[in-house]
Design a protein around this ligand. Structure first.
Ligand SMILES: Nc1ncnc2c1ncn2[C@@H]1O[C@H](COP(=O)(O)OP(=O)(O)OP(=O)(O)O)[C@@H](O)[C@H]1O
Ligand SMILES: [Mg+2]
Length: 198
């Protein structure tokens, strides 16, 4: 509006920034609404009988391009037979999306991310394992808290708002499951979610 952009190229660049930032604000508003609803007990899980191996595979595919750009390898390890769970497919997708996007963003070139599903009789175990930067041990108890960010300075752009894992925890709790994190700085991080069969 100030006429800062003199050339078409500059206009395109600035428009792109406005577009990216508006997407980011949209995401932020949605995350805050999600948290507020969940914490006021209004989490509405649309539970159905779903097949989780296929669901997880579908989520992995969304990250192929991002992983390629970040030069990290994505690997999916799962049993052949399908696994049925009674769960909310959209929410489960949201959980895996957050865990995978965190893993990709915190893993340097040449690293590897494995999404592993294991059928353990009464439950299904989902692991997202990365060879990334890891989380400082002293911070581990706080990762599922709202607005926790290991790198306090990186608050803009793609870095996110630190709400993802708080939402993940709420969703997992809502399913009666559990989620834990193991991490070693400089070595990598593993998030393990367990969801119980009906
Ligand atoms: N796989 C990981 N490796 C290293 N650090 C991680 C990993 N996953 C999460 N973290 C740390 O935990 C913080 C919180 O993660 P969370 O998903 O809650 O927020 P975010 O990714 O920063 O933002 P949002 O998910 O809201 O867009 C991250 O900012 C990062 O510091
Ligand atoms: Mg996140």
């Amino acid at each position: 509006m100030d006429g800062v952009a003199e050339t078409d190229k500059e206009k395109d660049e600035i428009t792109q920034i406005i577009y990216d930032e508006s997407l980011r604000m949209g995401r932020l508003v949605n995350e805050l609404l999600d948290i507020a609803r969940m914490e006021s007990g209004h989490i509405t899980l649309e539970k159905q009988d779903i097949e989780v191996v296929e669901l997880a595979r579908k989520v992995m595919v969304k990250f192929n391009k991002m992983a390629e750009e970040a030069k990290v390898t994505l690997r999916f390890v799962s049993p052949d037979p399908p696994i049925q769970l009674h769960a909310d497919p959209d929410r489960l997708e949201q959980v895996l999306t957050n865990l995978l996007s965190n893993a990709v963003r915190h893993t340097a070139e040449g690293g590897e991310i494995v999404c592993k599903i294991t059928d353990v009789d009464s439950a299904v175990r989902f692991e997202v394992i990365d060879t990334g930067s890891g989380i400082p041990e002293s911070d581990l108890p706080f990762v599922f808290e709202r607005f926790y960010k290991a790198d306090k300075a990186r608050t803009r752009g793609n870095a996110g708002t630190g709400l993802g894992l708080a939402i993940v925890k709420n969703i997992v709790d809502g399913h009666g499951g559990d989620i834990v994190v193991q991490s070693k700085e400089g070595k990598g991080t593993t998030f393990t979610m367990t969801l119980y069969k009906p």
